[in-house]
Write a protein that binds this ligand. Sequence first.
Ligand SMILES: [Zn+2]
Length: 458
Amino acid sequence: MTRLLIEGGTLLGLSSPGDVQRGADLYAQDGRIRAVGGEARRLAREDPSAFVERFDARGKWVLPGFVQAHLHLCQTLLRNGPDDLELLPWLERHVWPGEAAHDAETMSVSARLGIAELLSAGVTSVLDMGSVRHSDALFQAAAAAGIRYVGGNVLMDDPETTPPTLRAAAEEGIAETERLHEKWHGKENGRLSVAVQPRFAVSCTDALLRRAGELARDLGLVVHTHASENEDECALVERRTGLGNLEYLDAVGLLGPRSCVAHVVHAGGSDFRLLARRRTSVAHCPSSNLKLASGICPVPELRRAGVHIALGSDGAACNDSLDLFREMRLAALLPRARRPAERIPAFDVLRMATREGASALALEEVGGLTAGARADLVILDPETAWSLPDDWSDEPYGAIVYSMGRENVAATVVDGIVRYRKEDPSVGGTKPAAEVVREAVRTLRARMEKAPAATASA
Ligand SMILES: [Zn+2]
């Protein structure tokens, strides 16, 4: 039973650019927004429960929490690895050996480090692609830290393209997703959900992809995968299947309204129309696409076709930050480098980072500031850091997208509970100490040195 009264903030509901209430209160009860405006204070005063937590938001901006629609918490410990590889060699040499080296303890450190960073940057929900094993550690970390988590194990079974150390036979991988579903789905007041996550077409047999689609449909789960990130990946899929990458994912039953596909850098008109027809969301990860030299997602074309666009940082191994402010800024700037230039308004970019992200994660009750919505919020302080002045425009959206960063996050609220305050850099004890992080990395490196080489390019 939680009660939270956020007092006197500027509420940015993001339903339309004019959805701004200044000097307004917001009252949340048991994880949901009960009321905003004058009604909020009255309800808080009349609430018969003993304790109402108050947050003074005067001078601050309150908006729906950020949603990371593509992430790998299992890779946080792989941050600051090789900087200059493209996707397939980077997977073979760094990411897959690193993931294979995890045990439950290092997985937990990796997840806690990532979740602490996310909460401190205003992220309230994540769609997280885990690894083949030790997925319980991800759910445990998310449960304890208080973030809204959709994710679980990754599926990869193809002996031609995946290393023996990081592979599970199709039935084994599917059984693991079913086990996680049984154990975690809907737990923590509905804050934890399981997704069905074939890594990408390259790493999975046809039988596994089809089985994954069936499982997601049977259980009503989100499908999360990578697609058309890199030209070599697309060529490999075409050689193996005779189909374009997205066309193939559709043929095996993986594209639908509860599917979120990361990247979609190398795609054309028929792909855009297919994604729109299937109402599949795309997680745009501009930093990752630039760092791995993959290319630039054709966001304007996808939007014109009617495809939902969400934003993601991808893993810390290829970004190397989990700060969604950076992705918002890049998502807004990259289309302007085209000739002729394309423009996506800051308001629309902010929607990608919030409401459209929630929709990509099939979180119907998340993303708004109206009564009944889940109380997942970020509270921004325009007076900290380097974002002043803030009075050239009546609309604050440009300031958030172009000028602010995670240093402006005053607090992050998930399910009506304050999970991060700027005054507490330990993020409620979630952030592991530096020596714990370094010790976990020493463990991973020692195991990686002993392991056989991986391959993704059969
Ligand atoms: Zn990824």
